[in-house]
Design a protein around this ligand. Structure first.
Ligand SMILES: [Zn+2]
Length: 334
């Protein structure tokens, strides 16, 4: 497969103009870049986010800022764009915004790839990178919550950036949004959606990843699953696209148990995508369900299933690719 990529690269270097004339199967291209999302790379990121050195990444504290530094350095190294006026990729949120839930200012991290045909339409891929901090000497490592989603966003960013460099950049812009303050009450997404850097009216979808590295009790014997929440709430169009994408590329069991309005957990209202949904932006929340280590000091990196994390991350990548490259913007039809 590497050889195919090299060949494609060579062809595009030799002649950009004739690219369209060469019969290249678009699925092969997608698969080639989805394969850039690797279990080992996810593991490397995740072990850093979940290490004791980051002290549980509590909003406003040293560990959260170290995590932000890691993410910004990664985006910079990839060559992603920083939003105008936010050259360091940071959206600063003043301490006062956190209603006493943070001891200091905190920050969202934001990078993007400019769309080639519809640069003013945006697909937002998000995950929160904050967690619960420490309890005395004990660290809440937050490996699944949400080291898994944070690592996923970084891998998706590098896959899209590689595609762009090979001449297959997205038609719409793609925004990579690492949010702070989630554990304190979805503050990072609340701030972003009340102080949007790119207009919400042109934000076509939010794919939010929060806990995707573990397997819950229900799926113990058949772990190739993911819970999807919210996909059909504002846009049947999105729900269909998401289903078709999975059927074609990733073949995970999509479990809609928590999408049911009567489910008492009400997860739809409990992570950052909800602040986008409130603004009439179609969302999908990707989630592995709860487990015995949820919000405990035992949510550690050694318990993550990295192959499964890679597969779920690829599902988000393919879905974002479809949304960003399809002819028509997703329809808000509900
Ligand atoms: Zn979370």
């Amino acid at each position: 497969m590497k050889k195919i990529l090299l060949l494609l690269l060579t062809i595009s270097i030799i002649s950009c103009a004739s690219k369209k004339a060469i019969d290249i199967n678009e699925d092969n291209i997608k698969n080639e870049f989805a394969a850039e999302i690797k279990a080992d790379d996810l593991k490397e990121h995740l072990y850093i986010f979940a290490s004791d050195i980051l002290e549980g990444r509590k909003t406003g504290e040293k560990g959260q800022k170290m995590a932000a530094n890691y993410i910004t350095a990664y985006y910079k190294n990839l060559g992603l764009k920083a939003p105008k006026g936010h050259d360091n990729y940071l959206q600063e949120i003043p301490k006062a915004f956190f209603n006493g839930e943070s001891n200091a200012d905190s920050e969202n991290v934001i990078a993007y790839i400019r769309g080639s045909e519809k640069p003013d339409e945006f697909v937002v891929i998000s995950a929160h990178y904050d967690h619960l901090g420490m309890d005395g000497e004990e660290v809440y490592n937050g490996a699944d919550d949400d080291g898994s989603g944070t690592s996923a966003v970084l891998e998706i960013a590098q896959a899209f950036q590689k595609a762009k460099k090979a001449g297959y950049g997205p038609k719409r812009s793609i925004l990579f949004l690492n949010l702070t303050g989630e554990e304190e009450g979805l503050y990072g997404s609340k701030y972003y959606t009340s102080h949007p850097i790119f207009p919400l009216a042109n934000t076509v979808a939010n794919l939010n990843i929060d806990m995707v590295g573990r397997v819950d009790k229900k799926h113990k014997n058949k772990p190739d699953y993911i819970y999807l929440i919210g996909a059909d709430k504002l846009s049947i169009d999105l729900h269909k696209l998401s289903e078709e994408t999975n059927k074609k590329y990733t073949h995970l069991k999509l479990d809609y148990k928590y999408n049911d309005e009567s489910d008492p957990n009400r997860f739809y209202y409990r992570s950052d995508h909800y602040n986008f949904a409130k603004n009439n932006i179609p969302v999908i929340f990707y989630f592995n369900g709860v487990h015995e280590d949820y919000h405990k000091i035992t949510d550690t990196a050694d318990k993550i299933n990295y192959e499964l994390l890679a597969k779920r991350t690829q599902l988000v990548f393919y879905t974002a690719w479809e949304i960003a490259n399809r002819q028509n913007r997703l329809v808000v039809d509900k």
